[in-house]
Ligand binder design. Structure first.
Ligand code: TEU
Ligand code: CA
Length: 536
């Protein structure tokens, strides 16, 4: 029985600038999202997560907040937000905000005060030093320390100089941060996605990070981040935050754990807390960092399930606003993208989708001169920035693609018409309908949502097969991750006397058709979901 809504939820991430513009300024906004709630409801998702919508000078497009309790006018007003929460709740959709608590904007009143002098009320709200104390780099370029001419000291910033890091060792900071959370919790928000939450506490002595041998374009990647991330005290802070949020009913924390490629699932899982007393959920990006292959995906997924364990909740995610879109990573191969979606939506736990994923929307092409993302501007051409995965949603084929009546702030994907919601609604075999069918199946099938997962060996390495089960009720998922047709057998014990009844298939196979687990024939890049039926 489901007790907590997040244990088997599907969350749909919205990058508000790019979802729906309602006033023709070319930038998506809150009222636009309200207008699309019926569409979101039709996807049968459980929650939406909005990338930051708070007051911000937009040096990092909202990930630099200058007031956590004010909605940025480009996105709307507090009234719009309250209406959004209300209208979403009417449709059984929960709303999550993105909280950037590792740093603020340089324009946040806390920082403005902090930089005034060395002895003001907020002087220890940030991390200051007389000299550059160590070898730390900023993820978005240059040293992590910038000189402030007012205070005649350096302040720490793990990202842009416009994003000074808060000093979480100061109890007053913790208190102030919790007040910001309370502001929105009291207004009915259902939880928060916590930006780079494993970075909030730095080494007390600010020790040097060890260097990595080799050469990479970004100096930040040339060291092991053992002193500016994952400090033991961060767990203590997350325990406090969990206690704080659990005073409210059914609110959820999902954390972004910043790790090196190809992922560190055990580390990510550690933030769920040994006693389930830290984050409710956290992201592991290993799958998104792993090449499309049955053997590799199986290894990665197994490791994540093991790290999380049976009693905590794993999250599954392929896309977000920092990663090239899955269909682009798969070079536009829609069959592969469908298999990836099938894999995602047949896992136990919480599933995170990114707007446009359900359309097979590819990255936008952004030229150097049209680029907005500070990361891309700094590291072009080694990193082409994150604008491409932030392209506007394609609603219809008219001018502005239903996204805006004005000039879009960012380029649409090439051949946008192909991806429009309007067209895909009309085609029963479209990506959109494919996602809808999968989402509907998941919604109605307790086993697909909550059943334990065990991977199954087959006689072919290109087949990814796994069993989901709640007691005797079993599902079998078989994905052919190669281009060739394969006939495989599933020699697992449980299916010895079982038959496989098709519940869902990417190819034309009819539902309810029965197959024997000893000979399943499945075309290249096709997948099936079976209900296992006892034959005895
Ligand atoms: O991301 C953390 C982060 O640094 C990245 O995922 C980043 O894109 C990667 O290092 C590129 O190599 C979070 C947010 O998701 C991101 O959008 C923000 O820019 C960043 O924090 C700073 O708040
Ligand atoms: Ca707008």
């Amino acid at each position: 029985m489901t007790t907590n809504w997040w244990q088997d939820c599907v969350v749909y991430q919205i990058y508000p600038r790019s979802f729906q513009d309602s006033n023709g300024d070319g930038i998506g906004d809150i009222f636009g999202i309200i207008q699309r709630l019926d569409y979101l409801q039709s996807l049968m998702i459980d929650a939406i997560w909005l990338s930051p919508i708070f007051l911000s000078p937009m040096a990092d497009f909202g990930y630099d907040v200058s007031d956590y309790c004010t909605v940025d006018p480009v996105f709307g007003t507090e009234e719009d937000v309250l209406l959004l929460i209300n209208e979403a709740h009417k449709r059984n959709i929960r709303v999550l905000f993105d909280m950037v608590l590792n740093h603020t904007s340089i324009e946040h009143p806390w920082f403005i005060e902090s930089r005034q002098s060395r002895d003001n009320e907020k002087s220890n709200f940030y991390i200051w030093s007389d000299t550059i104390p160590n070898n730390w780099y900023a993820a978005f370029g240059g040293r992590a320390w910038t000189y402030d001419t007012n205070r005649k000291q350096y302040y720490l910033h793990s990202f842009l100089p416009q994003q000074p890091d808060l000093n979480w060792r100061n109890p007053k900071v913790v208190e102030a941060v919790f007040e910001q959370l309370a502001f929105w919790l009291d207004k009915g928000i259902d939880g928060f996605r916590l930006d780079v939450i494993n970075c909030i506490i730095k080494d007390e002595a600010l020790r040097n990070n060890p260097k990595i041998i080799g050469s990479r374009p970004r100096p930040y990647d040339m060291q092991r981040h053992i002193f500016d991330r994952n400090r033991p005290e961060s767990h203590q802070k997350l325990k406090m935050m969990r206690k704080f949020i659990d005073k409210y009913d059914q609110r959820m924390l999902v954390g972004e754990i910043l790790v090196e490629m190809p992922g560190e699932p055990e580390l990510a899982a550690s933030y769920l807390g040994l006693h389930h007393d830290e984050l409710h959920l956290c992201f592991d990006f290993s799958l998104a960092y792993t090449r499309f292959s049955a053997a590799r995906w199986k290894k990665v997924a197994k490791r994540w399930y093991e790290a999380v364990g049976k009693h905590r909740v794993p999250t599954w995610v392929l896309n977000n606003h920092d990663l090239p879109r899955i269909i682009s990573r798969l070079h536009g191969n829609e069959e592969k993208a469908r298999l990836a979606a099938m894999f995602l939506l047949t896992q136990r736990g919480a599933i995170f989708l990114y707007y446009g994923e359900e359309l097979g929307l590819p990255n936008s092409k952004i030229s150097r001169s049209a680029m907005h993302d500070p990361l891309g501007k700094r590291y072009w051409p080694f990193h082409s920035g994150r604008d491409p995965e932030r392209g506007p949603m394609i609603w219809n084929t008219g001018e502005g693609n239903g996204f805006t009546t004005g000039e879009s702030w960012l380029a649409f994907a090439k051949a946008a018409n192909r991806y429009s919601v309007e067209n895909q609604e009309l085609e029963t075999e479209s990506m959109l309908h494919f996602y809808r069918r999968l989402l509907a199946l998941r919604k109605e099938d307790e086993v697909l949502r909550n059943g334990l997962c065990s991977f199954v060996d087959t006689n072919n390495t290109h087949i990814l097969a796994y069993c989901r089960e709640i007691e005797a009720d079993q599902r079998l998922i078989v994905l052919n991750m190669s281009a060739k047709q394969i006939t495989c057998s599933i020699p697992m014990l449980q299916v010895k006397d079982m038959q496989c009844e098709i519940m869902f298939a990417t190819d034309g196979v009819r539902p309810e058709q029965i197959e024997s687990p000893h000979a399943i024939t499945i075309g290249g890049y096709q997948g099936r979901i079976y209900r296992l039926v006892d034959n005895r």
